[in-house]
Design a protein around this ligand. Structure first.
Ligand code: ADP
Ligand code: MG
Length: 250
């Protein structure tokens, strides 16, 4: 069981964003794809749940070829692959409980009682118990992110994709979210693929880190391997040196 991207190419008009990107995420691990803004992290993630189709290359989730899935196939895939959006994307007119319940209402065999139990369970998993009747506008930024996570978690996906789970949060809230992501892996048993430009967070949460550079996976390794890498591009990103990262030092 795994998520596998192989030699994925994607351009928008003349702009080539992915130029042969590959990554594999195996069951039980959390992988972080890192890179600066605009490099193609969200684009990569959107290929995994079929929001974008590649120009070329392979995207396989549990032996399913994602670009070939029809409407029903995609709906099935998305039950297996939860997505936590960068800005939580909660519906403001619905309570937190209703937001989390939404993903379950479409499933067969879920009556209101079962939905209610699962909603409570998921809110508890993200430490938002008691917040079910609150509205998104009443929540802090970190709480909204946690509510988005509870919603992704509700249908018991095998995988969760996280788009910038800690971006825009203060350091204390960031470490709360990071701990939750570790809880997803260690207690809930969800396999995670996150994209982020927050290296601190990637170092804390990821089993393996993939550096996206010039449309490809420039470096893949455990956090300590990233920290000790000789590759100037890796060092450029880790230390925040654009000349090294983009190679335009001269
Ligand atoms: N739907 C789209 N149409 C055209 N260009 C897009 C689209 N989505 C992303 N891009 C472009 O692709 C590049 C990578 O975007 P993105 O993956 O969102 O970057 P990030 O690494 O910050 O998540 C950007 O230049 C962005 O403008
Ligand atoms: Mg993005």
């Amino acid at each position: 069981m795994s998520i596998r991207l192989d030699d994925v190419h994607k351009a928008f008009g003349k702009k080539k964003v992915l130029k042969g990107f590959s990554v594999e995420v195996t069951e039980g691990e959390t992988v972080a794809i890192v890179g600066p803004s605009g490099i193609g992290k969200s684009v990569t993630l959107k290929h995994v749940n079929g929001l974008l189709t590649p120009d070329r290359g392979t995207i396989v989730v549990d032996e399913l070829s994602v670009p070939e899935l029809d409407r029903d196939g995609l709906a099935n895939l998305r039950r297996r692959v939860g997505f936590v959006f960068q800005f939580a994307a909660l519906f403001d007119s619905m309570t937190i409980g209703e937001n989390v319940a939404m993903a379950l209402r479409r499933l067969e065999g879920w009556d209101e009682e079962r939905i209610g139990l699962r909603v409570s369970e998921c809110l508890e998993l993200v430490d938002l118990q008691g917040m079910s009747d609150s509205y998104p506008s009443q929540l802090s930024g970190g709480q909204k992110k946690r509510a988005g996570l509870a919603r992704a978690l509700a249908p018991s996906p095998r995988y969760i994709l996280y788009d910038e789970p800690t971006t825009g949060l203060d350091p204390v809230t960031t470490s709360v979210i990071d701990r939750l992501l570790l809880r997803m892996r260690d207690e809930v048993g969800v396999t995670g693929l996150m994209v982020t430009h927050d290296m601190t967070s990637a170092f804390r949460v990821a089993d393996r880190i993939v550096l996206l550079h010039d449309g490809k996976a420039r470096f893949v390794g455990a956090p300590e391997e990233v920290q000790s890498a000789d590759d100037p591009v890796v060092r450029g990103f880790v230390t925040g040196d654009p000349a090294l990262f983009y190679g335009n030092a001269s």
